[in-house]
Write a protein that binds this ligand. Structure first.
Ligand code: SAM
Length: 240
C-alpha cells in the first residue's frame, strides 16, 4: 500500500515542487514581485513561505471564505498579502502579529506599496502578549512564528475562544524540516541551520504529540510543505 509521503530524492523533490507550481493557478504579479523583493533584500528570506505555499493560502482563503484572519508571524508580509488576495470576496480583516522591528518596518512598507492597508492590521510585539489582547473570533488562524511558542499560542487561542465555531487553525512547519519526526530525517539539511531546526524539532514534537490529546479539538497533520497541522473544534464543520 502507498504511504502518505512518496519517497522522493532531494533532486526529484525540487522537480515535484516546480511541477506543482507550474500546474497551479499562479500567484498575482504583485505578490510575486514582493516575494522576489524579499528574496533579494533579506539573507534569512527562507523564513518566507514559498510561491506555491502562497498559492495554497490564496486558494484556501477563497475556499473557506473567512471573515477574519489572524496570523502569528508576519515576516516581510508575504503571507498577509496572500491572505488579503484570497479574501477579496469576504473583505476579511487580516490581523498579523510580529516582533522584529526590522520586519515590522519591511512589512509596513510592503502593505503600503501593495495597497493592502485598508484590511491588514499589524500588531507589534511578542505574540504571547499581543495574542492575549485580541478580542472577537477568527475564522482562519495561521501560526507561523517562533516554533517553541506554538503550544502556548494554540492553548491561548482555544482558551480565549479566538477560533470561531467553524474556523481552522493552520500551524506551519510542524515537521521542522523533518527533525520533529527524527534527528536522522533530514540528511540533506545544511549543517549551518541544523542546530536551529533541531531545537525547533524538539519543541514541535512536544506540540504535535500534545495537541492530539486535547479533547476540545480535531487535529490533522498533513505532510505538505514543511508539515501543516489543521486544528478545528471537535466535530465542527466549516459550513454548518
Ligand atoms: N508568515 C511569514 C510568511 O509566510 O512569509 C513568515 C513568518 S517567519 C517564518 C516567522 C516570523 O515570526 C519572523 O518574522 C519572526 O520575527 C516572527 N516572530 C518570532 N518570534 C516571535 C514572537 N515571539 N512574537 C511575534 N513574532 C515573532
Amino acid at each position: 500500500m502507498l504511504g502518505s509521503v512518496l519517497p522522493f530524492s532531494e533532486e526529484t523533490a525540487d522537480r515535484v515542487s516546480e511541477y506543482c507550481e507550474k500546474n497551479s493557478t499562479a500567484i498575482p504579479d504583485t505578490l510575486s514581485e514582493h516575494w522576489k523583493a524579499t528574496q533579494s533584500s533579506f539573507s534569512d528570506a527562507d523564513k518566507m513561505s514559498s510561491r506555491l505555499q502562497g498559492a495554497w493560502m490564496i486558494f484556501t482563503a477563497q475556499d473557506r471564505k473567512p471573515k477574519r484572519v489572524l496570523e502569528i508571524g508576519c515576516y516581510s508580509g508575504y503571507s498577509a498579502i496572500a491572505w488579503y488576495e484570497g479574501t477579496k470576496e469576504t473583505q476579511a480583516e487580516i490581523v498579523t502579529l510580529e516582533l522584529s522591528p526590522k520586519m515590522i518596518a519591511a512589512a509596513r512598507q510592503a502593505f503600503k506599496t501593495y495597497g493592502v492597508e485598508d484590511r491588514v492590521k499589524l500588531i507589534e510585539g511578542p505574540a504571547d502578549q499581543t495574542l492575549k489582547t485580541l478580542e472577537g473570533e477568527f475564522d482562519l488562524i495561521f501560526v507561523d512564528a517562533n516554533k517553541d511558542g506554538y503550544a502556548a499560542y494554540v492553548q491561548t487561542i482555544l482558551d480565549q475562544k479566538l477560533l470561531s465555531s467553524h474556523g481552522v487553525i493552520l500551524c506551519d512547519n510542524v515537521f521542522a524540516r523533518g527533525l520533529s519526526v527524527g534527528a536522522d530525517c533530514a540528511p540533506w539539511l545544511n549543517d549551518h541551520v541544523r542546530p536551529y531546526w533541531g531545537g525547533c524539532g524538539r519543541a514541535l514534537d512536544i506540540f504535535n504529540t500534545s495537541i492530539i490529546k486535547d479533547p476540545r479539538v480535531d487535529v490533522l497533520l498533513m505532510p505538505v510543505f514543511d508539515g501543516i497541522t489543521h486544528i478545528k473544534w471537535k466535530g465542527s464543520n466549516s459550513r454548518d
